[in-house]
Design a protein around this ligand. Sequence first.
Ligand code: PGA
Length: 254
Amino acid sequence: MKRKIVAGNWKMNGSIEQVSKLIEGIVSQVDEIASQGPEIIVCPTFVHLLAAKQKINAHKCALGAQDVSHFNKDGAYTGQVSATMLADIGCKYVIIGHSERRQYCGETDQMLADKLTASVEAGITPIFCIGESEQARDSDTTEDVIKHQILAVLEQCGHDVFSKCIVAYEPIWAIGTGKTATPEQAQKVHAFIRSLLQNTQAQLAEIPLLYGGSVKGDNAADLFAMQDIDGGLIGGASLKADEFIRICQQAAKV
Ligand code: PGA
């Protein structure tokens, strides 16, 4: 049985005070759950990473960032944060290619491949996000979109780098909308991703596959029970300590 993974994507939310309260709420309950199996990760903004790190240090909770520069060496790149810097302050994970970054920041497949490579070289595990729009789902092209998103990046960064990733399937129509994919809908796409990866290279079938999109304490158990769903990437519900903990508890039960 693979270890389940639950990652909280806090997006652009909160002050130092709010983030500190949130993390205190999580760490007060996290150790018991994590000792039952799941890997629990929190991903604050860059400016809140250090405050979060200080509070989770003695606990079974890992730190992740929400993005990383595609440049992998120090240099004249104003505003960028490198994978080496993230590793230096204790990040073990980084979210790459979230649909909000693809949409608002124009991230290309080449940039995403470079981010994956830079992160893996720095010893950080990328949580690589993919997912179709509502229009793609309605026109029955979900699998084409997913296939393109994976292969375009995999061909650039190579199998070795990709094999060290986690993939998060996040249908865009389910993100922040309250419209969760049903466990069956999510499982169908996860099974497709698993077989696509396996057919590309057998070893890639071992990559953990997370589901993201309106996961809550109430629906997490049914999603996590699916054969090819290895955990969740949680947005809105990760901003409330009790709700996030409820989701982690579901991951510990399956
Ligand atoms: P949501 O976001 O849980 O608020 O739908 C998930 C995500 O964007 O990672």
